[in-house]
Design a protein. Sequence first.
Length: 280
Amino acid sequence: MEKNITNPPPSPFKALADLIRSLRGENGCPWDKQQTPSTIGRYLVEEVHELVEAIETGDAKAVCEELGDVLFHVFFLSHLFEETGQFDIKDVAKNNTVKMIRRHPHVFGDSQAKTTDDIRAQWHRIKQQEQQEDPPKSVLDSIPAGLPALMRAYRISERAAATGFDWDNIGEVFKKVKEEWSEFQDALNDKKQDPEKAEKNHPDDVMLEFGDLIFTLTNVARFARFHPETATAAATRKFEHRFKWMEQAAADNGYALEDLERAEMERLWKKAKDAERKRR
């Protein structure tokens, strides 16, 4: 049987764009018609976090679904600007393609950048050239203030390092970690010994010293070439799995976890770790 080539089926992207037009149309959904770039932007951030969570779990089906949700919000946001005549999704794709080609001269041009460090430095130079017409006051200005704190700490330290303001090696960063740990302990001890005086001097000293410690550890992750957000998420999931194993083990014996003595909890924690190792 010959295929009907005069009326080919719409592409999935056209179908998605048409769907959003219908939702925003005269007979569309009242909720969708009320949305603005600001509201959709907030929903997009939520969807991206859900996508990252799905990626971390390794569930391909969940990743596919969450990617779809992110794509929907990207198309929706583009359509809102299309309604005002500013740009459409085609402009978004075209502009990004041009930008990515420009920023990868080692692939599409004559640049000889080969290592990841060379490529990062090249990327930074190209971005600086792009910003010459309207240069920011600081190299840090383009990092969104609304990023999660750990993610923003990594980006800030990475951007600062690109200017040459950095440690020479990870050993130097470890020395700084020890220094920050000592300062955090000192601040904590001062607060314990004389709470009233500590409050008068600076009530946030302990918190700020702890923040300095976390920021420095973020740089350890950067030197070790992994993202601290990914590492923290993995450690949290590991703790979560072990804790749930403990809860289930206690329930299987007719107890609630909070009713057990600390020593028994520690015993279950060790068994949870042993069970985890056997699953690997």
